[in-house]
Ligand binder design. Structure first.
Ligand SMILES: NC(=O)C1=CN([C@@H]2O[C@H](COP(=O)(O)OP(=O)(O)OC[C@H]3O[C@@H](n4cnc5c(N)ncnc54)[C@H](O)[C@@H]3O)[C@@H](O)[C@H]2O)C=CC1
Ligand SMILES: O=C(O)CCC(=O)C(=O)O
Length: 411
């Protein structure tokens, strides 16, 4: 099932539970605006290459639209649309004053030089600069992009408008980025994991974790789990996978990856087939890479008792049903990975105030927001007798529906 169909299905299920008016349901699903642009840039060898870029602005009932920009060869409009919609529910679950958006360019950043990436980013920004803005739509990093990408967007945007650091978040600290944003999604994932495990009288120490993806989110999540005494028994990324039943030395793996840009040939574990990571023996599985990786082909073979959705939309609805029948507890993406956008919100607030917070304050507030959202989701699960995904969806959809109605929406 494609990402958009799956996301719509979860939304419709939540809307039915909430008893939302059918016309309002339809209106909430249709994106506010869909932008598709062609980005042609010279390569370093002077030949030209063209990419399609998207920015889908899903909803702005609760505030400016917010969400990352992804550079990946598989970016397609339906997937960006689904990810934009997920941002709308995520910002509502986190209770931060934003709507949802997402962007993407269908390129492979691993095959482009730094100057080629800069040119693609600048052309994309030239095409969308009129439609983003501090109080309109605020991009951030996602897969394949990082603080440098945000610095280029900020620079290009500022050529058309006044200098506006709050037009993007996830920036370098030197340009008004927030302390703690780089690690925030992984840190939030680990807070969320602790809150969930505590419900079952468990903690991270000595539990076994398997992590798919070792980029921004995966590497920070692995680092914090390792620090808290959890055993990361398997890690994979696009270059390969490594396992060690006694727990991988994560700082050593980070050093190896920094040196070789790969997980291959790491001395502190055995190589494994990356396709086996999701069904590896562990207590907690944390997908931190692509969407749709848990599906009807592999769900029955998952060994984990808990799945923490650090990636966006890693579990399709068929897998959801299979896993639920097996008794696997899934902490959904729109809550589990909301630490990133929550600290993006803190960054935006700091930029608007022209003030910088200490990192301790950022991390303290992040934990507080994540705890509140967890309790709010639990309350919805209790009210509607539903699982955590529907608890999070009903929480998010209800807030957006109420804001839409209060602003005067009429059928
Ligand atoms: N960066 C952020 O603040 C946030 C990211 N997310 C989500 O987290 C996920 C990861 O994002 P980032 O860490 O930022 O991206 P990233 O680009 O820093 O890292 C992605 C990782 O996934 C790996 N990967 C790609 N294809 C793979 C495959 N087929 N098998 C195994 N690994 C594969 C890459 O090698 C890399 O290690 C995405 O789903 C993203 O939407 C969600 C919320 C915020
Ligand atoms: O930090 C942000 O604004 C958005 C991060 C993001 O794209 C996501 O949560 O999926």
């Amino acid at each position: 099932m494609n990402a958009l169909a799956a996301t719509n299905r979860n939304f419709q299920h939540a809307a039915r539970i909430l008893g939302l008016d059918s016309k309002l349901q339809k209106s909430l699903l249709i994106p506010f605006r869909e932008i598709k642009v062609e980005c042609t840039v010279p390569k370093d060898d002077s030949s030209f290459v063209s990419y399609i870029g998207f920015r889908i602005q899903h909803d702005n009932a609760r505030g400016p639209m917010k969400g990352g920009i992804r550079y990946h060869p598989e970016v397609d409009p339906d997937e960006v649309n689904a990810l934009a919609q997920l941002m709308t529910w995520k910002t509502a679950v986190a209770d931060i004053p934003y709507g949802g958006a997402k962007g993407g360019i269908g390129c492979n950043p691993r095959e482009l030089s730094v100057s080629e990436l800069q040119r693609v980013t600048c052309v994309f920004t030239q095409k969308i600069h009129d439609l983003i803005g501090t109080h309109r739509d605020v991009p951030a990093p996602d897969m394949g992009t990082n603080s440098q990408t945000m610095a280029w967007i900020l620079d290009e945007y500022s050529k058309f408008h006044s200098y506006s650091p709050a037009v993007v978040t996830g920036k370098p600290i030197e340009l008004g980025g927030s302390l703690g944003r780089e690690a925030a999604t992984g840190r939030g994932v680990v807070f969320a994991t602790e809150f969930l495990l505590a419900e079952y009288g468990m903690s991270i120490a000595n539990m076994k974790f398997a992590i798919q993806g070792f980029g921004n989110v995966g590497s920070w999540a692995a680092t914090f789990i390792h620090q808290k005494g959890g055993k990361v028994v398997a890690v994979s990324d696009i270059t390969g996978a490594v396992k060690n039943q006694n727990g991988i030395d994560i700082p050593a793996l980070l050093k190896h990856k920094e040196k070789t840009r790969s997980l291959k040939d790491f001395g502190g574990g055995d190589a494994m087939d990356p396709n086996d990571l999701l069904v590896h023996e562990c207590d907690v599985l944390i997908p931190c890479a692509l969407g749709g990786v848990l599906n009807k082909e592999n769900a029955a073979d998952v060994k984990a008792k808990f799945i923490i959705e650090a990636a966006n939309h890693p579990t399709d609805p068929e897998a959801d049903e299979i896993l639920s029948r097996k008794g696997v507890i899934i902490l959904p993406d729109i809550y589990a990975n909301s630490g990133g956008v929550t600290v993006s919100y803190f960054e935006w607030v700091q930029n608007i105030q022209g003030f910088m917070w200490e990192e301790e304050k950022v991390n303290y507030e992040l934990k507080r927001y994540m705890k509140r959202a967890f309790n709010d989701i639990k309350a919805m699960c209790h009210t509607y007798n539903c699982n955590l995904r529907m608890g999070a969806f009903t929480l998010g959809v209800n807030k957006v529906a109420r804001a839409t109605l209060l602003r005067g929406w009429e059928a």
